[in-house]
Ligand binder design. Sequence first.
Ligand SMILES: Cc1cc2nc3c(=O)[nH]c(=O)nc-3n(C[C@H](O)[C@H](O)[C@H](O)COP(=O)(O)OP(=O)(O)OC[C@H]3O[C@@H](n4cnc5c(N)ncnc54)[C@H](O)[C@@H]3O)c2cc1C
Length: 603
Amino acid sequence: MQFPTIDTDVLVIGAGGAGLRAAIEASAQGCKVAVITKSLLGKAHTVMAEGGMAAAMGNVDDRDNWRVHFADTMRGGQYLNNWRMAELHAKEAPERVHELEAWGAVFDRTKDGRILQRNFGGHRYPRLAHVGDRTGLEMIRTLQDHGVHRGLDVYMEHTVVSLLADGGRVAGAVAYDRERGRFKVFRAKAIVIATGGLGRAFKITSNSWEYTGDGYALAYDAGAALQDMEFVQFHPTGMVWPPSVKGILVTEGVRGEGGVLRNSEGRRFMFDDIPDNYKNQTAKDEEEGWRYTQGDKSANRPPELLTRDHVARCINREVKAGRGSPHGGVYLDIAWIKAKLPGSAEHIKRKLPSMYHQFKQLANLDITTTPMEVGPTTHYTMGGIRVDGDTQMSTLPGLFAAGEAAAGLHGANRLGGNSLSDLIVFGKRAGEFAAKFAKEHGAPSIDEPQAEAAATRALAPFERGAEGENPYSVQYELQGMMQELVGIVRQESEMRQALDRLRALRARADRAGVTGHREYNSGWHTAIDLHNLLTVSEAIAMAAIERKESRGAHFRDDYPGKADEFSTFNFIVQKGSSGEMTLSRAPITPLPPELAKVIEENK
Ligand SMILES: Cc1cc2nc3c(=O)[nH]c(=O)nc-3n(C[C@H](O)[C@H](O)[C@H](O)COP(=O)(O)OP(=O)(O)OC[C@H]3O[C@@H](n4cnc5c(N)ncnc54)[C@H](O)[C@@H]3O)c2cc1C
C-alpha cells in the first residue's frame, strides 16, 4: 500500500476549542500546521458548551482573583490536581478570555460594558464569562475565524486510527477520510492530541458521537501514560424524558440563575446533606440562596451549586429512596422565580435561550411555567493523557495533549466552566511548546510497514464481512455494561465482573465484520471505534477497582469514605511490555509553601 503523505511541522488532532487554540498558537510561532477533525470544522463537541468559561476577572465581584480560583479548583478536585496546571489556569484564564474578546467573541455584558460573569457550582464568586447559554458556539466561531485567517490546513471528516513512532519520539499519524474511506499518512515533527473525551463508553451521556475515547487510546497504544482514568464525571442534570433524548445536558446555568432541585415530595433535598468542607460557604436557608443568585455579596451559595459529584449523588439517593419524578429523575425548577422576579418568563428566555428551546422542542415543556425532570448523565473525563504542567508534553517525546484529552487540571472532579478555560489556557501552551519542539527537532522518518499495519487492521472488518460480529451490538452491550457496573456508584465485585465482560467483548470486537463499501460506512467506523472504547473502559475499570475509597467523581459503595493513603498519588495506566494494561502509582509533588498558603487562606 502506498498512501499520500502530508508533511507538516505540527499536527493537531481535533478541532474543538483546545485543538484550534493550539493550532493558532503553533502557527503564530511560525510553524506549518495541519488540523484533523472527525467532523466538520465548527462542529466539534465544544460547540455544545453552554454555561460559560471560568476566569477570575472580578467583573461582577471584585473579591475574585486567581488565588480564589486556584483554591476552588483544588478543593473541587479533592487535591489530586496537578497543582502547577491549576495555578497556571487560574492565572492565565483572564488573559485568554480577553484575547477571545479581541478576536471578536461577543460576550454578555455588565451594565458598565465589561464581560458579564455568572455563578456556577463550586466557584466562590460569579466567574463564568458567557454568551447566554451558547458560549461554546461563540468560542468555536471565534477560534475558527481566527484560525482560518492564519492559514491552517484543515482536514475535515478525517479520523486518525494510529500514531506512528520513530525511535523514541512521535513521527506522524495514519488517518482515513470518512467520505471515501481512503488512507493518508501525516508526517509531523510534533503532534497535539485534542480529541476530547469518552462519554460514548456509557449508555447515558451528554457527549456527542465524536466522544469514543480515540485520543486516549491513540496515546496509550503509542506508549504514552494515562492518568486518573477512574474519574469520570456524572453531571447531575441531564434530561430523563422522553427516552430518545435521555442524557442531553441541562446546563448548570439553570441553577446559577436561581433554579432549585426538589423531590417528588416538593422538598429541596440539597439542604439535607452539605459536605463539611463546604459548610461555611453554603447558604443556611432558601432565602440566602436566592439572594446569592441575585448578586448579594453577603450571601452564600445555595446547595444546588455544590460540586457536581455531590449533587449527582444526592439526586441518585432521592431516586433510589423512591422520592424521584415519574421518569426516574428529580425536579429542576426555574419557573418558581416568578414569585420573586417580575417578567420572569422573559428573563428566563433571555438568560437560558437554549434550555427554553431544548425543552419546548424535545419534551413539549415550557420551563418558564413548569419544572423540568432531570437526572445524572455521563459528562466529562477528568483523567486522560498524562502531561507536563507547563508544556503539555506527554510522556512520549513530541506528543502533546490539551483539553479534555489531557489529565491533571481537574483532579478528582472538574468544576463547571473550568473546561472551556482549560481549552484556551492549555491549548495555547500545547501549541507553543509543540512548535518549540518542532523547531528544535528535525523531521522524523515514517516507517512504511507501521503505517501499512495500521491500515490493514482498520480494514480487517471488511474481510470478515457479514459473517463477523455486528459492531453495533458490541458497542450497545459495552455501553449498557459500563453504565451498570462502572457507573455513578461502584463496587469491587461489579467492576471485576466488568473486567471479565470487557475481555469477552474485546474478543467479539476482534471478530467484528462489516459489509458494503468504504464511503461513509458508519458500521465500519463503529467497528474501528470499538478498540478505543474497550481500551478506555478497561483503563477506567482497572483504576476504579484499585482506588479503594470515595473521592470526587469516584464513589465506592464498598468504601464510602475518603482515605488519606489515596491522597498522595495519581494512578497511571500504561501498556506493558507484552501488550497488557498495567497500573502503577505516581507520587504527587507536594504543594510549594506559597500555594499551600493560598489554599489555607481560602478555606
Ligand atoms: C452539552 C455540554 C455542555 C457543556 N458546557 C460546558 C460549559 O458551559 N463550560 C465548560 O467549561 N465546559 C462545558 N462542557 C464541557 C466542554 O464542552 C468540553 O469539555 C470541551 O468542549 C472539550 O473540548 P476539546 O477541545 O477538548 O474537545 P472537542 O471540542 O470535543 O473536540 C474534539 C475534536 O477531536 C476530533 N477527534 C476526535 N477523535 C478523533 C480522531 N480519531 N481523529 C480525528 N479527529 C478526532 C473531533 O472531531 C473534534 O474535532 C460541556 C459539555 C457538554 C457535552
